[in-house]
Design a protein around this ligand. Structure first.
Ligand code: DHB
Length: 425
């Protein structure tokens, strides 16, 4: 247990974390060495949901994140959760707050040429989604980790992931008090988001990166105003895309298509509301209920997949392995699906199957990843008008949208993709 950093130390298999205070024989610059079964790099919703699932199976983990808990809790992200994922949060004992503070949505509005068309999820595919912000999913998971005695270090720095090609990988980091730690684990999970450090540990000659950039971004804002619509409204207009979403009866979340280099400081409340009202205007007289704007940010668009999702003793999950543009709110749902699969895979890998179980992960996860890539790309290209779009381009998009909302096949397709696919987990 106190072998040098390059020595192969056995990970704890009894489910209990074991701390070793470093002596000079361990490494002069380590203040604390811990053993666990799974080291999780990235303690956002994917990392913490995995830690929660594993602890239910008696598997011990330690999670770290470079961001502070406060930063993760307050960074605005998407707000749509598939009903299977919502049910998991409740049934697996994370929290039942989603049932009280969330809103179940049984449809969505697609708006174009100045008119709205509701797609009824319940009618077409017997499904629904939950409006519940990703920040609240994180807050619930972090509280569940506290409650269950899970070890999570936020605000860490100088993270190093070592020896992933061996059966005793290590993760080193410096905590907020300046103490240098080493976690010795059997497996490492890289759930460290779209700016992942872990993904770069797959050797360049062995990894493939698929990506696509988009010539636009979203300007997202929060406003203290009543709801303008009871469900989400995805709006196509010749002036660009707009999305009306909600948070509570008195706080709303909205987005509009903007240039990726847009500076939020150049946007007064008046200018934001004029832009939004122009994009949603139509023959039905629909207008947005305005209020003061309390938060503004620009969200960049990117489609990205890295394969393989596993290298040696390390696996990638969520945005670290794949990023989708925000249209359709697939990102968090995809990440939660990855960790659902990973939970079972890691249980088998730490049990009698051994490391071979890790081979099951990528094929099971990737199928949904590419479906979600397609859906997010499809929604994005159908609803956004690139700068320089010709009148033909705009009318063709309206034709595509009309095919979606006016045919049973189109409505069913959108409803099925939006609410998620059956799980392989
Ligand atoms: C939200 C974000 C999305 O990207 C989306 O497609 C739907 C809703 C949101 O923040 O509420």
């Amino acid at each position: 247990m106190t072998e040098g950093p390059s020595g192969a130390s056995a990970a704890s298999t009894d489910g209990s974390p074991r701390d070793v205070f470093a002596t000079d024989s361990v490494s002069a610059d380590l203040d604390r060495v811990s053993e666990t079964q799974v080291a999780i790099v990235g303690a956002g919703p994917a990392g913490l949901m995995l830690a929660h699932r594993l602890s239910r199976a008696g598997i011990d983990s330690i999670a770290i994140d470079v961001r502070t808990r406060e930063t993760i809790s307050t960074t605005q992200r998407a707000g749509i959760i598939e009903s299977d994922a919502a049910r998991d949060l409740v049934e697996l004992g994370v929290s039942d707050r989603i049932l009280r503070d969330g809103y179940e949505h049984e449809g969505v509005d697609i708006r174009f040429a100045g008119a709205s068309h509701r797609i009824d999820f319940r009618q077409h595919v017997g499904a629904s989604v939950w409006l519940y912000p990703q920040t609240d999913v994180f807050i619930d998971l972090a509280a569940a980790r506290d409650r269950d005695g899970g070890e999570v270090h936020y605000g860490v720095s100088d993270t190093r992931v070592l020896d992933i090609e061996t059966s005793s990988p290590r993760v080193q980091f410096t905590d907020t008090d300046g103490a240098r730690h080493e976690i010795r684990a059997r497996y490492v999970v890289g759930s460290d988001g779209s700016r992942s450090l872990c993904r770069h540990l797959v050797p360049e000659e062995h990894r493939q990166q698929f990506f696509r950039e988009y010539p636009f971004a979203w300007f997202g804002f929060l406003t203290q105003a009543p709801m303008s619509a009871p469900e989400l409204v995805y709006t196509h207009s010749e002036h660009g895309f707009a999305l009306i979403s909600q948070r509570t009866e008195t706080l709303q979340r909205m987005y509009f298509q903007c240039d990726p280099t847009e500076n939020v400081e150049h946007w007064s409340d008046r200018r934001i509301w004029e832009t939004m009202q122009q994009r949603v205007a139509g023959g039905d007289g629909f207008t947005l209920k305005e209020g003061p704007i309390t938060e503004k940010s620009v969200l960049v668009f990117r489609s990205f997949v890295q394969q393989p999702m596993r290298w040696g003793s390390m696996v990638l999950a969520g945005d670290a392995a794949h990023t989708v543009p925000p249209t359709g709110a697939r990102g968090l749902n995809l990440a939660l699906h990855d960790v659902k699969i990973l939970d079972g895979v890691l249980q088998r890998a730490l049990g009698s199957t051994g490391e071979a179980a890790l081979d099951e992960y990528e094929p099971a996860a990737l199928n949904r990843v590419w479906r979600a890539q397609n859906f997010s790309y499809w929604m994005t290209q159908m609803l956004h008008t690139p700068t320089g779009a010709s009148p033909f381009d705009v009318r063709r998009q309206e034709g595509e949208l009309d095919n979606v909302v006016s045919t049973r096949a189109g409505r069913t397709y959108l409803a099925e993709q939006y609410t998620g696919w059956p799980s392989h987990g």
